[in-house]
Ligand binder design. Sequence first.
Ligand code: DAK
Length: 257
Amino acid sequence: MAYKNIIVEIRGKVGLVTLNRPQALNALNEALVAELNEALSDFESTPEIGCTVIAGAEKAFAAGADVKEMAQKGYIESYLGKFLDGWTRIAETRKPVIAAVSGFCLGGGLELAMMCDIIIASETARFALPEITLGIMPGAGGTQRLPRFIGKAKAMDMILTGRMMDATEAERCGLVARVVAPERLLEESLAAAAKIASYSQPIVMMAKETVNRAQETALSEGTRFERRLFLSMFATDDQKEGMKAFIEKRKPSFRGR
Ligand code: DAK
């Protein structure tokens, strides 16, 4: 597929998607979201790729869904036409996805980042769910995911006032995993992705699935799920290889089996 709104590259075992609508601060229109979904599906079905990085531009990761596209929509037309239906695809990816965030990460942009597994932020990153200022509320998981990341007090503050949070506050309250200097953002994100992709792919996927269980289930059920998957890992060659390599003081060579 020829992409118009994203740039897709493969760097070793890492798939890199760069959102590319600079004239609109990477506002996420339907075409862009469809292209992003297509690229993610391609990466999911390419065995050599073990992790994806989604990056934006220096000024904006993404300034939200495209307000100009949404402004005139009506309810029935949107409902019947499944308007904005493609947004959940990213949360369904089985291989890990890292969001590399610089500049504005607003509305649907933040919701997209929160659907990724790890957010790495530049010191310039600014986060907000400003939908309230447009006469709407977040609609792509923001009201549900943000409190899980940063707790109710701060999520209410962000969602009801629409205020922006800087990178330092975002790291302090658990929204982002790391904050790095702007010039190191892509390098650090790609390095983290390459590290993940160097491990056993099925084990990485099971670890992601298990951590995500923690969001969806009670502790006793989650730990039971963890135990089941943990024990199943002893049926893999990669577990044998990983432990053997440790004992033999050498680097493991994982085969994804
Ligand atoms: N949509 C469309 N165009 C946008 C945009 C956006 N979200 N954000 C910026 N732009 C465009 C501007 O209109 C401008 O275009 P021109 O006027 O040059 O044609 C260009 O990008 C540059 O923006 P500014 O001139 O405004 O740049 P500034 O540096 O002055 O300001 C800003 C930057 C980020 C503070 C400002 O652009 C801004 O406030 N942008 C809007 C932020 C916002 O309100 N975002 C939330 C949108 S609502 C759902 C899925 C998703 C959603 C909901 C449901 N489902 C699955 C159901 C998501 C909703 C949203 O995200």
